[in-house]
Design a protein around this ligand. Structure first.
Ligand SMILES: [Zn+2]
Length: 109
């Protein structure tokens, strides 16, 4: 990392991620902290990374839960929901067609 130039530029993506994952030396962490205090743009970017990381963790937790014996149950339920959604679409489409046809016939008379 080019420590000396942090005052004249914004943080790079890698620096934000490395800082978030605490992969930097204490001196580098300190330099980035200094920049974050002075720069709301990079501070917001850092917040964004934290939020993204949180949602990724949630996804991973859900994935773990599925792996722990719930796989079959989940798959069955997913297919059911998918079928349900498709039939709902077909029903909505048919209702729409009926309304359209009724309107058309009514207009012709
Ligand atoms: Zn900045």
């Amino acid at each position: 990392m080019e420590n000396n130039s942090l005052k004249n530029r914004h943080l790079k993506r890698e620096e934000i991620f490395d800082y978030h994952n605490q992969k930097l030396t204490p001196a580098e962490m300190h330099l980035i902290e200094m920049h974050l205090q002075e720069c709301s743009l990079c501070d917001e970017a850092m917040n964004g990374v934290s939020k993204m990381d949180d949602s990724l963790k949630t996804i991973n937790i859900m994935r773990d839960l599925r792996k722990k014996g719930r796989l079959k149950f989940y798959k069955k339920r997913k297919i059911f929901t998918l079928l349900d959604f498709n039939s709902l679409l077909i029903i909505l489409f048919l209702i729409g067609m009926l309304i359209f046809l009724a309107f058309f016939i009514f207009k012709l008379k």
